[in-house]
Design a protein around this ligand. Structure first.
Ligand SMILES: [Zn+2]
Length: 334
């Protein structure tokens, strides 16, 4: 039994990769992408173990007990190198890349593939990326370079064009909620999952940091303002004093959802504590251009958080409009 397993939503990507591995068509360089919180790094590690495993066949994962699997588990396989940001550093240094290239150029110790993993690949600076490019242009036989990143757009186009891409997509909402409830208990995962852009592992992280419960309460507070049960000034006081960045981040996400729903005519939105029909008519009564205007204000408020601006008035400016059906937005001075 392998120590590392795949997440269920990674299985389609795994099957695709395994069929290329079986027919000996693995590329020299593979770029694993997908949003934060879908387990890209885990996927890459499962792949590395599978490539070296002496037992696994077809779509099977690494056996976890052959000689190569044990070396991988002990992080001491001589034909594998993992490159990441060193402690106290923010970027992958060019010297690290050069060392890795030197390693890949040497003869394989165990007579098979050599594999290098770079994570997160967007942490390479321009000279690191340039150095790596040379390897991509002249790949050594039986080497595989795996780059992992949530932000492929930060990599030079010359690197992107030389890699085969494998995207790990988040599961659908229902599947993600089922998985979260099964693996992490039956909390109210909906708001955290939405805030995490559908990525289950990010929702778990938010929950661990105590944010999941907070996100539920943010939704309830907006609901209470909309329903006239809460005073926006009082809510603003709480938002200003307790992680205002998270509050505005959530508001941005929620307003974005509103804009998409209204523009596409597929409004599927709920607010804890507000009757569905009432909410629907409340939202249909808002002019779309006012929601866009409001979104600009939320973005402006987010930028101003870093300044010495009075956070109470900033939060009032984004909360009071909800008490008036977004009929007018309050000016936010920069
Ligand atoms: Zn094995």
């Amino acid at each position: 039994m392998s120590a590392l397993t795949l997440y269920p939503w990674q299985e389609p990507a795994w099957r695709t990769l395994m069929s290329t591995l079986e027919s000996d068509r693995l590329p020299h360089s593979l770029l694993i992408t997908g949003p934060e919180g879908v387990g890209k790094q885990r996927f890459a590690l499962v792949l590395v173990a599978r490539i070296f495993c002496q037992q696994a066949k077809g779509e099977e994962l690494a056996c976890g007990c052959c000689g190569n699997c044990l070396l991988i588990a002990a992080e001491s396989h001589p034909d594998y190198v993992c490159l990441t940001v060193e402690e106290d550093k923010t970027r992958i240094a060019v010297q690290q890349v050069r060392d890795m290239i030197g390693h890949l150029g040497m003869k394989s110790y165990r007579g098979a593939e050599k594999v290098a993993l770079v994570y997160p690949a967007d942490a390479m600076n321009a000279s690191s990326a340039n150095s790596l490019l040379k390897t991509l242009e002249e790949p050594t036989d039986r080497t595989l370079l795996i780059l992992v990143t949530a932000r492929p757009s930060r990599l030079p186009a010359t690197i992107l064009s030389r890699c085969q891409k494998m995207e790990i997509k988040p599961p659908g909402r229902e599947a993600a909620l089922d998985w979260l409830a099964k693996e992490h208990g039956g909390a109210n995962w909906g708001p955290a999952l939405a805030f995490a852009g559908g990525a289950p592992l990010k929702a778990v992280e938010l929950n661990k940091a105590g944010y999941a419960a907070r996100i539920v309460s943010l939704e309830q507070q907006i609901g209470a303002i909309v329903a006239g049960r809460a005073d926006p000034t009082t809510v603003a006081f709480e938002w200003a004093g307790k992680n205002p960045a998270l509050c505005l981040e959530w508001l941005k996400m929620w307003t974005g959802h509103l804009i998409r729903g209204r523009s596409l005519g597929t409004l599927d939105i709920s607010l804890d504590g507000v009757d569905g029909e009432k909410l629907e008519s409340f939202i249909q009564n808002i002019e779309l251009k006012m929601i866009f205007k409001y979104m600009d204000d939320v973005n402006r408020a987010f930028r101003l958080l870093e300044t010495t601006v009075n956070k109470q008035s900033l939060m009032e400016a984004v909360l009071i409009p909800w008490a008036h059906g977004l009929k007018r937005v309050l000016p936010i001075a920069e």
